[in-house]
Design a protein around this ligand. Sequence first.
Ligand code: FAD
Length: 323
Amino acid sequence: MTKKVLIVGEVRDGELRNVSLEAIAAGKTVADGGEVVGVLLGENVNPLVNSLLYYGADRVVAVNHADLKSYTTDAYQQALLQVIESENPDGLILGHTALGKDVSPRLAMKLNAGLISDAVAIGKDGEEIVFTRPIYSGKAFEKKKVKEGIVFATIRPNNIPSLEKDETRTGEITYLTVELKDLRTVIKDVVRKATGGVDLSEAKVIVAGGRGVKNKEGFKSLQDLADVLGGAIGASRGACDADYCDYSLQIGQTGKVVTPDLYFAIGISGAIQHLAGMSNSKVIVAINKDPEAPIFEVADYGIVGDLFEVVPILTEELKSALN
Ligand code: FAD
C-alpha cells in the first residue's frame, strides 16, 4: 500500500548532510510508490530545498524560524510535531545522528509510535517494510517490522545508498509557519572544535589511531595518510585517554559508531568496546606490531609491523598510485 513518508533533512554549516539524502532513498522504499516529503528546519533553509528534490523527494516542507538556527530539543520537537500534524504522514525517517537520536524518541512518545532506531538496511516482506538493525554491538543483526501506526525509523549514515542526483527534478514547496513556545534553551553561540575537515560519522575513509601511535606527533603521520585518501581521523579511547587526540574523535561503544567504506585501525588492539563502533565498516585494514592483536580477527587486510615504518611507506605508495 502506498504511503506518505516524511524525511527530515539535516543541515550543517549551511549544507545538507549526506544522511538526509540517504533518508530520501529509504523513504522511497517505505512509501512504496507513494509520496516522499522532505522536511527542512532552520533559520533560512530556502537555498537547500532544491537539493532534496534533486535527490528524489517529491515535495518539500520548509520551516524557517530564527529559533531553529541551531538544534535545540524543545524547538525542533515542537516544529516537527507541527509539521507532522499538518502532513499526517504514514512514515517518518531521520538520520541516526546526534539530532536524530535526541529528537526521535521524544517524537515517538508524543505520537505514541514505535521507533526502529539505527537501521542499516530496509527491505520488504510482502506488503510489510522490514528494517535491519545491528544488535549486541554489531555482532548480530535483527529484522524488525512496524505492525501498526506510523512507520518510524532512524537510519545509520553510510549504509543506505542515496539516489542519483537529477537536477531536472522539480516538486511543490510548502513554506510552513510554526509557533515555538516556552523554549527552555537558547543557543547563543556555537564553538566548533577543530577536528579536521571531514565529518567522522559520514566519512567514506577513516584512519584511526590507538595507544600504539604513542603521542600527538604520531597522529600527524596518520593525518597525512587520511589526507591522501580524503579521509577523516578517528581514535580509540586508549588514544583519547592518553591525550593524543580529542575525545570527539573516539570511535566505539562510548564514542561514535561509524560505517565507512575503508577503516584503518592503526596501533589499536581491537578491544570489544572499540569493535562496537567500527566492526561493520566495509573494508578494515589493521596495522599492528602484535600478530595476536584481536583487531586482526575482524580485519580484511592485516599488516604486522611497526606503524612508524608502515604508515609513511603506505602514504607514499598511495600518493604515487593516486596521482
Ligand atoms: P591498547 O589496547 O593499549 O592497544 C595498543 C595497540 O597498539 C596494541 O595492540 C599494540 O600491539 C599496538 N602497538 C603498539 N606500538 C605499536 C607500533 N609501534 N606499531 C604497531 N602497533 C603498535 N575503547 C574504544 O576504543 N572506544 C570506546 O568507545 C570504548 N568504550 C569503552 C567503554 C567501557 C565501559 C570500557 C570499560 C572501555 C571502553 N573502551 C573503549 C576502552 C577499551 O576497553 C580499550 O581499553 C581501548 O580500546 C584500548 O585502546 P587501544 O587499542 O588504543 O590501546
